[in-house]
Every structure is written in C-alpha cells, then in structure tokens.
Write a protein that binds this ligand. Structure first.
Ligand code: DGJ
Length: 538
C-alpha cells in the first residue's frame, strides 16, 4: 500500500511539464489532436485576468486602477494601448503608457495582455488618431448604403491599412526592445471588437467593385461554398460575409506584420451575436468573428491565434451556448471579457470544463465600489487565488483531457461528473451540510457552487472548488473507497500537505466551502479549498 501511494505521489510530481525557461517566448502550443495551450516561460499558463476600464491605462491614474485590480488576485492584467496616444502625430511614437504598464506589472509580479485599440474599438473608429479622422480624403471612412460616411475606417483603403500596420509594428517593436528578454507581456489583442456599426458593409467605390466581383476562389473552396459572386456563394449572408472577409483580411495584414517583428500570441475579441441579436451593423458590429463567420475568419486571418469571446450575460444556458460555438480544436475557449459581477464567477469553471486557456473580468477598477461590486471582487478573487497556484497543472491537464469541472445551475444542484478509469464524482452544490447529503439537494440561494477535478495519477485526483461536496463513486455502482484525502496547498509549484482528513470530514463526501464556519456543531472549523484525493483499486 505504502509503495503504491508513494508511486502515486511521484507520478503526480512528475507531471510532464517542461522546466521553467524565462527566456522562452510566450506561444501557443498545438497538441497532436489540435488542442491549443498557452505556454509562458515554457509551461502551460491558465490566464486569470482583470481588465482595466477603457480610460485607466494612463500613467496619472494607473496607481489607483492597479491597486483595485490587484484585489482580484489576477495572474494577468489586461490594459489598452490607445493608438491616438501612441502615435500623436504621424510616425512619432509615445511609449510612456506602455512603459508605465510594464513597470507596474513587473513591480507587482503580474503578466500583461495588451489590447491594441487601433482601427476598431467596439465596431467604431474612436481610437484612430485625430490627424487621421480629420483627414477623410486620405484616410476614408466606410460609407453606408446611402453613401454617408460612418464612424468606421474603410478596410479597403491602403492608407488606412498601412497606417495601422506601421503603428502596430512600432508598438510590437517597442515591446520586443523593452520586454523581449522578460516576457511580462504574454499576449496581444489586435484591435477591439472589430466590425462596423452603422452599415452591414462598406459601400465605397472600391468596396462596391469588390462586392460585385467573384468571391476569392480559395475562400469559397475552403468554406465549401459555390464559386461565383459573393451573393452566389453566400446567399442572404453575402453582405455580412463580405464585411467579415474585408475586416479579417485587413487584420490579418496587421497581425502578420506584427508577428514578423515580435511573435507574441495574438487574439481578436468578438462582440457576440447572441441574446437574440439579429441585425448586423445594428445589434452587433457587422464583419466581426461572430459564430457564423468563425470559419471564414479562421480562413482569412491565420495569423490570429485565437478568437476570444466577450460574454455579457448572466444566463448560464446562453453562456455555455456561446462557449460551445467557439471551443473547437482550432480555437480554445477564451473568455476575453465578461461582466464584473458575482454571477459570472462560477462561469470560469465552464472554461475549465472545455479545457480552455483563460478568463478575463472587465472593468474591475472601481474607485468607490458598491457593496455589490465588492462582493463581485471577492467572488472572482476566490477563484483566481484558488486556481493560480495550479495554473500550469490545469493547462497541462486540459491538453491531456484530464481536467473536469461543473457549475451549479438552476435545478441542477446535484450533478454526476463522469471521470476516467471507471470513477465518477457526485457533486452536491451549496454550503455542505453536516452529515449525510439530503435525498433532494436544493440550489443554494446565491448559486455559487463550482468544482474542478484534475486527474493527477491513476486513482489520484486534485479537487478544488467553492460551496460543493464531492463524493467519489464507481461508475459501475460497485463500492469504492477513498483511501486518503490530503488538505494542503501548492507552494512554489510543490504540493504541501497540511494534514490528512478522515472520519467526519470525509465520510459524507469531501467539502469545499468559502464559509469559514460551515458547521457550527464542530469545534474546529474546516475551510478546505483544495485537496488531493486517492481512491482504491480493488
Ligand atoms: C466591450 C469592449 O471590448 C470593452 O472595451 C468595453 O467597452 C466593454 N464592452 C464595456 O461593456
């Protein structure tokens, strides 16, 4: 028995992780089955990010915003780089904002994801430098159906494209110069929620001529569409597909020029088509990587590693539907933005369940938070603090399909999670009761239950979560026994056991709760965040 336990521990320690190499570029590793893993310092990295408000990345206000962001215990902070600030006059670059962000991240031991607010920001052009927006003859806007200019740069203009490419390349060249040896910046978002509000597509002369021509043959072939005009190939979706192709092709040129200078992982975030949205250009920006344009975007913008999902809904069904539209072999689940709310905290575990690469909460730097915002901060901070010490274990387990997770949902307070090797986990959400699990488990008032389970070796599991009881049972109904439960923590990458749990603490299941005194009848409160569990092998 002891030998087998020792072996199990050794196997857990010997997870196939590469040694840390701080001089290794952040990159997206692609597994044999196509699974994407974000690698930082040569190790898998699960992003737990706090995103600053749009106007918080200025040095004069950064201290306060950063202090707020740190309250969330993120491993990564996301902050915008404003084109209008970076290039105040043509070809002159102001790196002060970038440098302040990098200095702040290094002094607080955080990683950065920088967001290029370039040609597009929320389907408009509001971060394009004023010297460009003031000169529409040279830097033309898109025209709507009536021939009126809208607040979006025309993707058909070479001047627009070249201006963005030059600025973005200057931005990445600077990153390489100041951060090429430290990799504080681990990923870049190129543009922000691209597409157009105000028109489904560009109706400028060049755009109209292109729309009347044949759709590119390699595109229609890749997508399995009939060859011919845009209308013949894409039918009623022709205008939006044309917009997606012109937007994605523009961004491909920006991203590939940047990659040639400094090959950081790159993603585009999407203003989703969800919540019953129907009309491109009105309900959501037309031409962005909405789910029905994802294949087209993948074909037109191969230099973009990932398409991220900006999800602003509290509906768990809708949330999962969006995640499922985007989680695929060529696109790992990545919540690039989500609402700063207590309700969205459990949804991080949906990303774990899909073996994704991370989760980012938007607009967390409230200088005078309300009680609700303070509660949201605490809920996300609890996730981040729990998961960051195991971020590489989670990333590696996701790549090897050894990661499981579940979330409490209305009417689903108890769930059965199929695991490997003939085991399943019976999870009962809500603050765990004393003694036996009731026959009918009801939802907890705040629906905050969530759990993750990583298989670390044969018959050995790492379990963590909030407001959940976990019982390991054999899938074939035979009796199975939990041999050992260790209460502990990962410290500097090594599991440090505090004590073994047994008796009352494991006889009815293993309990994870954020409440310190979860059981008033006990003299000693249990507050278990993460456990290592070994089961028997009859
Ligand atoms: C999505 C954008 O990408 C963010 O920059 C921000 O504007 C949020 N929407 C606000 O809800």
């Amino acid at each position: 028995m002891f030998i087998r336990w020792a072996m199990a521990c050794l196997m857990a320690v010997a997870l196939p992780l590469s040694p840390a190499l701080s001089d290794e570029m952040p990159r997206i590793a692609i597994g044999a089955d196509g699974h994407r893993t974000l690698m930082v310092d040569g190790r898998p990295y699960f992003v737990l990010a706090a995103q600053l408000h749009n106007s918080s990345a200025w040095p004069a206000v950064l201290d306060e915003a950063w202090a707020q962001a740190l309250k969330m215990s993120p491993n990564t902070i996301e902050a915008p780089i404003y084109w209008e600030q970076f290039e105040p006059s043509p070809g002159h670059y102001d790196t002060r904002n970038i440098d302040a962000l990098i200095a702040k991240a290094r002094s607080t031991n955080k990683r950065l994801i920088l967001l290029w607010f370039g040609t597009w920001k929320n389907g408009e052009n509001h971060y394009v430098p004023t010297w460009m927006r003031d000169n529409p003859e040279r830097y033309p806007r898109m025209l709507d159906e009536k021939g009126e200019p809208i607040d979006v740069q025309s993707p058909f203009s070479t001047n627009n494209r070249e201006a963005d490419i030059q600025a973005y390349v200057a931005f990445l060249r600077h990153l390489k110069k100041v951060d090429g040896d430290k990799h504080t910046v681990i990923m870049v978002q190129v543009e922000n929620e691209p597409g157009s509000l105000g028109s489904v597509r560009d109706h400028g002369l060049e755009a109209d001529a292109a729309f009347k021509s044949a759709a590119p043959a390699d595109l229609t072939r890749t997508l399995g569409k009939p060859a011919g005009s845009w209308r013949e190939a894409f039918g009623p979706q022709a205008d939006e597909a044309f917009a997606a192709w012109s937007t994605a092709s523009f961004i491909e040129q920006v991203a590939s020029a940047g990659r040639a200078v400094y090959p950081l992982p790159v993603y585009v975030n999407c203003w989703m088509r969800y919540k019953g949205f129907k009309y491109p250009g009105i309900d959501y920006p037309s031409g962005g990587p909405i789910w029905s344009m994802l294949d087209l975007w993948k074909a037109a913008a191969p230099s973009v590693d990932l398409i991220g999902t900006d999800i602003y809904t509290n509906d768990p069904g809708e949330y999962q539907r969006v995640l499922d539209q985007y989680a695929r072999a060529d696109n790992p689940s990545w919540v690039s933005e989500t609402e700063f709310s207590t309700k969205t905290a459990p949804y991080l575990y949906y990303v774990l369940a899909r073996g994704g690469i991370g989760f980012s909460v938007f607009g967390i730097d409230k200088s005078d938070p309300t009680a609700e915002q303070a509660a949201a901060m605490a809920a996300h901070a609890e996730n981040f603090a729990l998961l960051d010490p195991v971020r590489d274990i989670i990333g590696q387990a996701a790549a090897e399909h050894r990661l499981y997770a579940a979330v409490e949902e209305p009417g689903k307070a108890q769930q059965s999670l199929p695991l490997a090797d003939g085991w399943r986990a019976l999870v009962s959400f809500g603050p765990p009761p004393w003694g036996d699990t009731p026959g009918i488990v009801s939802n907890s008032p705040d629906m905050s239950g969530r759990v993750f389970i990583v298989q670390t070796a044969k018959e050995e599991w790492l379990v963590g979560g909030t407001n959940v009881r976990v019982e390991f049972v054999r899938a074939d109904q035979r009796r199975g026994q939990v041999l050992r439960v260790e209460d502990g923590a990962y410290e500097a990458g090594t599991w440090t056991m505090r004590r073994w749990l047994n008796g009352d603490e494991t006889d009815f299941g293993i309990n994870f709760t954020k409440k310190k005194k979860w059981c008033v009848s006990r003299p000693e409160p249990i507050s278990l965040a993460i456990a290592r569990v070994q089961v028997d092998d009859p």
